[in-house]
Ligand binder design. Structure first.
Ligand code: C5P
Length: 214
């Protein structure tokens, strides 16, 4: 079957404060260009959801559609714009995507039809209560969820339709599938897949780009 990469890139980048985040450059290349470049060689097509009034850079091997109000809306539109059997949803805000992670994800999808990249949590975790230590959260079984996330397209369409019908909002797509009581496979991710959200993340990305692009 065919595989499509779906890249929600229609966010406004409010927390970074540099305009639409996907177009922010790290060492001369935008977050969006970096995400497309990582995925294009590994899939049959790449679709990108963009903010109103923007367009894809010339020559990028991807097709653009208009994004929605929320990330969830943008992904739903992307799902409707492809007929691929398998979709990989990846945030433009995670520009450093190693090929081995995509391969591992693609291998994991057939078993359950839904898989996400995630990292076992390394830090000590604690609940904050009014700025004070409110008690340890055992980290043994905890994973931090990243993207890409891979699905049989039909399954993710169904999960999105259910969430929409019930007014349920999530920050990712695997959560919508899990919410239906269906299994989602966890695939070990990579620290380099961190999401560029704050100015501190951007500084980290600039440092990493020097090694990544070398
Ligand atoms: O804001 P945050 O970093 O969590 O957004 C995750 C991803 O979802 C980003 O790549 C962003 O561009 C995308 N997004 C979108 N449409 C929106 C909001 C966010 O495609 N309306």
């Amino acid at each position: 079957g065919r595989t499509a990469a779906l890249i929600p890139a229609a966010g406004s980048g409010t927390r970074l404060g540099l305009g639409p985040k996907a177009f922010v450059e790290v060492a001369g290349k935008s977050l969006l260009v970096r995400s497309v470049a990582a995925l294009a060689p590994l899939v049959d097509e790449v679709l990108v959801a963009l903010p109103e009034g923007s367009s894809l850079p010339e020559g990028l091997p991807a097709r653009a559609i208009l994004g929605g109000e929320t990330r969830q809306d943008s992904v739903r539109r992307l799902l409707q714009a492809t007929s691929a059997d398998v979709v990989l949803v990846h945030d433009a805000a995670r520009p450093f995507l190693p090929a081995h992670v995509v391969h591992a994800l693609l291998e994991a999808i057939p078993e359950t039809g839904a898989a996400t990249v995630a990292l076992p949590v390394a830090d000590t975790l604690v609940r904050g209560e009014a700025g004070r230590w409110g008690g340890l959260v055992p980290r043994e079984s905890l994973w931090a969820v990243q993207t890409p996330q891979g699905f049989r397209r039909e399954l993710l369409l169904r999960a999105h339709a259910a969430a929409r019908a019930e007014g349920f909002a999530a920050t990712d797509d695997a959560g919508l599938v899990a919410r239906l009581g269906l299994p989602v496979t966890l695939v070990p991710g990579d620290a380099r897949l961190f999401k560029v959200t704050t100015p501190g993340d951007l500084a980290l990305a600039q440092a990493l780009a020097r090694v990544w692009d070398a």
